[in-house]
Every structure is written in structure tokens, then in C-alpha cells.
Design a protein around this ligand. Structure first.
Ligand code: ADP
Length: 278
């Protein structure tokens, strides 16, 4: 695991606002695929940063390197001043508690109740499933109900997860992440399995968590108009490299040239329903 050779100055200025800093991150899979190539960016406390790019551009790899669900090959990931890439198991547990995650396919235990799924967030999302219902305290249960209320589905708490619609399941995924009381949420294509109306609903919930609870969001997305609507800042990835950086205002005025830089020369800007998609 490379560390970047210590060429960068020690972490000092703006420490309190530089929540996440990724420096020269590279991920090469065992088969030689270079999924992420020399990627650097900063996420400040309270931002809603969206990563866009074609399928296969490296979005998921990038998000998973940040909490080391995937081991980076080279580079540095600095979370609140702590180097994630060299963190000890104990440090990593703390980091993963502070960084929640939600997934494209929700990753719920389908045969368990909504309540149990949300409570499992207390165990941390990387732990194997190991709980029985009665190991959670009353305080945990109250917290789970509050988390479900936050996403307006407390009335579904006792249903089996697979009885819920896709949009509701993703709201359970968000409630589960809230159980960690995260400082930041990583969202890996959280609305890619949903229709555009539900996509807006889910992103609306994430926006409220960002604005009202101050949870920083780092999210990958496909739909360009959703990006324009929710992002405070945008990073465009293409074959593992950053090819675009823009503010919310800049992405609203994205030129065809910039669009093609991200999505390829053959890509057309088409509008489907409520979303401009690839
Ligand atoms: P995205 O999330 O943008 O769709 P990914 O991060 O999933 O992109 O994939 C980036 C690249 O890495 C793709 O070329 C993909 O095929 C490759 N890749 C992803 N996971 C693995 C793996 N476990 N082993 C080898 N290559 C992988």
C-alpha cells in the first residue's frame, strides 16, 4: 500500500473544515484493471458532492476505497485528519461508524422486518449479520423509530423488508445508516434502481439530512438533472480519472463539450421523463 512518499505537507491548515481529502488515489484490481487513476479532491464539512460518470468509470470503486471496503493500491485518504489507508483496525471501526453508506440495491435483509434492518445499523454496516431481535436496547429501538420517522416510514416498521416498494426499501437503507449517527454518508448510485419520481423523493430525503442535520453527502448518480438539482459540487469521472469539476451553477450551464468529456464523444443529451440520462 503506497503512502504517496510523504511529499505532501502534514495535515495542518483548515483541519476543522477539510473533512475528507483524497490525494492521488489509484486502484488497480488483481486482474490489472486500473479502476481509479491518480484521483485527488476535497470534501468540506456540510457539502453535497455528486460524482457522475458512465457505468464502469470507477464511481463505486472510489466510494468504497474511502471507507476501505476496497483496499486502495496507492494514494492517501484523510478523514478528519486520520489516514484511512493506513488506519489500524480500531481506527477503521471508528471511521466506519462516522461514515454511513447506502447502496444501489439497498442491501437489506429481505426476510427480516424493517425494524430489525434499521437496528442492524447499530452494529455497523460492514459487520456480518449476527443479531437476534432481543439484543437491542429500548433506547436503540426508540432511535430506530426516530430514524424511520425521519424518512416518513415509521408506520412500516413491522413489515418484512421485501414487502416494501423499492423507494421504501431505500428509505429503510437511509434509516439504517442514520443509526450510526454518521458525519458523512457515502451513497453508491442510491437511486439507480428507482424511477425518476422515486429518485427525487430519495434525493429529497438525503438533501434534508444534508441541510437540516448537517450530514455531508458524497453520492454517485446517473441522472444529470438530478445532479443539477441536488449537488453543491460535482466531480466527473471517466475511465477512472477526474475530467470535470463544477459547482451547482457551473453544472447547470454544462456545455456539450463538457458533457462529451465526461460521457464520451458519442453520447447524446437525451431527456427521459424527468431525468436527463446517458
Ligand atoms: P462504476 O461504479 O462507475 O460503474 P466501478 O468502480 O464499478 O465503476 O468499476 C470501475 C472499473 O473497474 C470497471 O472497468 C470495472 O469493470 C472494474 N472492476 C470493478 N470491480 C472489479 C473487480 N473486483 N475486479 C476487477 N475489475 C473490477
Amino acid at each position: 500500500l503506497g503512502t504517496g512518499g510523504g511529499l505532501c505537507p502534514p495535515f495542518s491548515l483548515n483541519r476543522e473544515t477539510r473533512m475528507l481529502e483524497v490525494r492521488n488515489l489509484t486502484k488497480i484490481y488483481d486482474d490489472g484493471t486500473v479502476a481509479i487513476k491518480n484521483v485527488s479532491f476535497v470534501v468540506e464539512d456540510g457539502e453535497f458532492v455528486i460524482i457522475i460518470g458512465l457505468s464502469g468509470s470507477g464511481k463505486s470503486t472510489l466510494l468504497r476505497c474511502i471507507n476501505r471496503l476496497i483496499e486502495p493500491t496507492e494514494g492517501e485518504i484523510i478523514w478528519n485528519g486520520v489516514h484511512v489507508e493506513t488506519a489500524s483496525p480500531e481506527e477503521l471501526r471508528v471511521i466506519r461508524r462516522q461514515i454511513g453508506m447506502i447502496f444501489q440495491h439497498f442491501n437489506l435483509v429481505k426476510r427480516s422486518s424493517v425494524m430489525i434492518n434499521v437496528l442492524s445499523g447499530r452494529l455497523g454496516y460492514v459487520n456480518p449479520w449476527r443479531s437476534v431481535a432481543n439484543r437491542f436496547s429500548q433506547a436503540d429501538r426508540r432511535m430506530a423509530i426516530q430514524a424511520l420517522e425521519r424518512v416518513s416510514i415509521a408506520d412500516q416498521a413491522h413489515k418484512r423488508a421485501d414487502e416494501l416498494s423499492g423507494g421504501q426499501q431505500q428509505r429503510v437503507g437511509i434509516a439504517r445508516a442514520l443509526m450510526q449517527q454518521p458525519q458523512m454518508i457515502l451513497a453508491d448510485e442510491p437511486v439507480a434502481s428507482l424511477d425518476p419520481v422515486l429518485a427525487h423523493s430519495i434525493l429529497g430525503h438525503l438533501e434534508r439530512l444534508n441541510k437540516e442535520d448537517g450530514i455531508t453527502l458524497l453520492c454517485s448518480l446517473h441522472y444529470l438533472d438530478l445532479v443539477q438539482h441536488y449537488a453543491s459540487r460535482v466531480i466527473g469521472l471517466r475511465t477512472g480519472e477526474i475530467v470535470y469539476r463544477g459547482t451547482r451553477e457551473q453544472i447547470r450551464r454544462m456545455t456539450d463539450e463538457e458533457f462529451k468529456e465526461i460521457y464520451g464523444a458519442e453520447a447524446e443529451r437525451v431527456s427521459v421523463g424527468m431525468g436527463e440520462v446517458l
